[in-house]
Design a protein around this ligand. Structure first.
Ligand code: PLP
Length: 502
C-alpha cells in the first residue's frame, strides 16, 4: 500500500516538475480566440454559463443510468491532470468548462445515480437543486437575522413544518446545521455544560468531575467523535450492550449509570439511535428516555437517516417515546430530497444549547434587535448557509404525500429485493430490512463475500458497501435514491446472479 502511494506521489511530482518548466514559457497575457485579450467573467457571462450548466445538468442526470455508479479511477489520476500552480492570468471559461467536462464526470461517484445503494443516500430532488442555485446566486451568510432576514425566518417556519410532518409535539423548536456530526457535537456540548452548570466553558474541564456519556454500539461514529472533541474522552463514552433486537439494553443502561454515580463519575447524557448506520437498529426510545430521566440526564436521539421516514405515520411506532427526548437530529439531505447539506435539529429547550454555544462579542450585536433569534448562537459555526430554501422548495414541489410515496416505495422495493435474495441458495440474509436497509453475505466465506463486493462495484451497474455483523463481513443494501425505480432495485439480484454464475 505504502509503495502504491509512493508511486502515485512520484508520478504526480514529476508531472508537476514538467509543468514548472512549462509555466516559465506561458505568455503573461493570454488570448481568447475571437475575443482578443480575455475579459474577466462578469454577471452577464454567469447568465450565459448558468444556462450551459443547466443543459449540462439535464444531460448528466438523464444519462446516469448508463454510467458506472462508482468512479472507475485510481487514486492520483485526477490530481495529475491539473496544473501544479494557479494560473497567473485569466483563462477563458470555454476552456475551464471543457476541462470540467473532460476531467470531473468520469472521476465522480454518482451519488444521484438511481442504483446507488451504498452507505446512506444523499438524495437530491430537482426542486432542491434549483433552490440551491438561487441560494448560490444570493451568496449570503445567514449568521444573524439582520444579515439574512428571509433565510432566518424561512428556517424557523421550515422547522415547524418538519416538526409537524414528523408528528412531533408543538413544544419542539429547532435549527438547521450542516451535518448530523456537528448537530450531535452541539448536543453533547450541551449535555456537558448542563451537568456542569455551564462551568466547563468557563473553567475548562481539568478541575471538574469526570463526565460519562451512554450509547449502544449501534450508534454512529459521530457520537464517538463528539465525545472526543467535547473533551469528555472516548473512554467516558460507555457502550451499553444491546438485546436480541439490537436495542440498547435499558436495564444495563440503568446499572451503568448507577455504578458510575457510585464510583464518583458525573453522568451527562444518553444518545439513542433510530435507524443506526450499520444495520438500521433502533433503540427503544421510551424505555431509554425513562431510564435517563430517572437520573435527570439529557437525551439526544440520532435519527439522521430514518427520521425522514417519520413523515409516514405507520413508522412512528419505531421511535415511540421520542417526545421525551431533549434533542433530535435528522438529515433531510439523506432521505427527504433536500440535497446535502441539511441536518435538522429539534430542541425541547433551546436555551440550554444557546447558553452553551452562544457568544455575543460587540461586533455581533444587532442593535435594537437583541430579542430576535440569531441562529449562529444555536450552532457550532458562526457562518450559516441558506439551507432552508431547499427544504421550502422540496416540501412544496412534491408535497408531503409525494415524499411519503417515495419513502414507502423504497421500503417496499427493499423488502422485495430482500425476499428475492433470501431465496437465492448462495446467499444468506444477515439482518432483516429495517426501513429500507438489510444486510446479506455470500455463504462461502468472509473473504469470498469481500471479493464479491469488489466485483459488484467494479461491474458498475450497482454500488453497495459493507459492514460487520456478529463478527462477519456482510454486504449492506439500502434504497433511498430520489429517482430510483423498482427495476433499479431489482437489478441487485440480477447482478448477484450474473456474478456468481446463477
Ligand atoms: N448518524 C447516522 C445514523 C448516520 O448514518 C450518519 C451518516 O451516515 C451520521 C450520523 C453522520 O452524518 P453527517 O454526514 O450528516 O455528519
Amino acid at each position: 500500500m505504502r509503495g502504491t502511494i509512493a508511486a502515485i506521489f512520484t508520478a504526480f511530482t514529476m508531472h508537476h516538475k514538467a509543468q514548472i518548466l512549462d509555466r516559465r514559457i506561458t505568455p503573461l497575457l493570454p488570448y481568447w480566440p475571437g475575443r482578443g485579450p480575455i475579459a474577466h467573467m462578469n454577471h452577464d457571462d454567469l447568465n450565459h454559463w448558468s444556462k450551459r450548466a443547466a443543459d449540462w445538468a439535464r444531460d448528466y442526470h438523464a444519462g446516469l443510468r448508463d454510467q458506472p455508479v462508482r468512479a472507475p479511477v485510481k487514486p492520483g489520476e485526477t490530481a495529475a491532470k491539473l496544473p501544479a500552480f494557479a494560473p497567473e492570468s485569466a483563462e477563458p471559461m470555454e476552456q475551464i468548462f471543457a476541462d470540467f467536462e473532460s476531467i470531473v464526470p468520469g472521476a465522480t461517484t454518482h451519488w444521484q445515480h438511481p442504483r446507488f445503494f451504498a452507505y446512506f443516500p444523499a438524495n437530491a430532488s430537482p426542486a432542491s437543486m434549483l433552490a440551491e442555485q438561487l441560494a448560490n446566486a444570493i451568496a449570503g451568510q445567514a449568521m444573524l437575522w439582520q444579515t439574512a432576514p428571509a433565510a432566518n425566518e424561512i428556517e424557523a417556519v421550515m422547522i415547524n413544518w418538519l416538526r409537524d410532518a414528523l408528528g412531533l409535539p408543538d413544544g419542539f423548536t429547532g435549527t438547521i446545521h450542516d451535518s448530523a456530526t456537528t448537530t450531535t457535537l452541539a448536543a453533547i456540548l450541551t449535555m456537558r455544560e448542563r451537568v456542569l452548570d455551564w462551568q466547563g466553558n468557563k473553567q475548562g474541564l481539568s478541575a471538574l468531575p469526570q463526565l460519562r456519556l451512554y450509547a449502544s454500539g449501534e450508534t454512529h461514529s459521530s457520537i464517538d467523535k463528539a465525545a472526543r472533541i467535547a473533551g469528555i474522552g472516548q473512554d467516558n463514552l460507555v457502550k451499553i450492550p444491546t438485546n436480541a433486537d439490537h436495542q440498547m439494553d435499558t436495564g444495563a443502561l440503568d446499572a451503568a449509570i448507577t455504578s458510575d454515580l457510585a464510583a464518583g463519575f458525573l453522568p451527562a447524557g444518553v444518545i439513542a439511535c433510530v435507524g443506526g448506520t450499520s444495520i438500521g437498529a433502533s433503540d427503544d426510545i421510551a424505555a431509554t428516555v425513562a431510564v435517563a430521566k430517572t437520573h435527570d440526564l439529557y437525551v439526544h436521539v440520532d435519527a439522521a437517516w430514518a427520521g425522514s421516514a417519520m413523515i409516514c405515520p405507520e413508522y412512528r411506532h419505531i421511535w415511540a417515546g421520542v417526545e421525551g427526548a431533549d434533542s433530535i437530529v435528522f438529515n433531510p439531505h439523506k432521505w427527504l430530497g433536500a440535497q446535502f447539506d441539511c441536518a435538522v435539529q429539534f430542541l425541547k429547550n433551546p436555551a440550554e444549547q444557546i447558553n452553551t454555544l452562544g457568544l455575543r462579542p460587540e461586533y455581533l450585536n444587532t442593535l435594537g434587535q437583541d430579542e430576535i433569534t440569531n441562529y449562529n448562537e444555536w450552532t457550532v459555526p458562526l457562518g450559516r448557509r441558506f439551507r432552508a430554501l431547499k427544504l421550502w422548495f422540496t416540501l412544496r414541489a412534491y408535497g408531503l404525500e409525494g415524499l411519503r410515496d417515495r419513502i414507502r416505495n423504497h421500503i417496499n422495493w427493499a423488502r422485495e429485493c430482500h425476499d428475492t435474495i433470501a431465496k437465492m441458495d448462495r446467499f444468506e440474509i444477515t439482518t432483516a430490512p429495517a426501513f429500507s436497509l438489510f444486510t446479506f453475505r455470500y455463504k462461502e466465506s468472509d473473504a469470498e463475500t469481500e471479493a464479491l463486493l469488489t466485483r459488484i462495484n467494479d461491474d458498475g451497474r450497482i454500488y453497495l458497501t459493507q459492514t460487520r455483523q456478529n463478527g462477519k463481513f456482510v454486504i449492506r443494501m439500502q434504497v433511498g435514491q430520489f429517482d430510483c425505480t423498482r427495476e433499479d432495485v431489482m437489478m441487485v439480484p440480477t447482478v448477484l446472479n450474473n456474478l456468481t454464475g446463477g
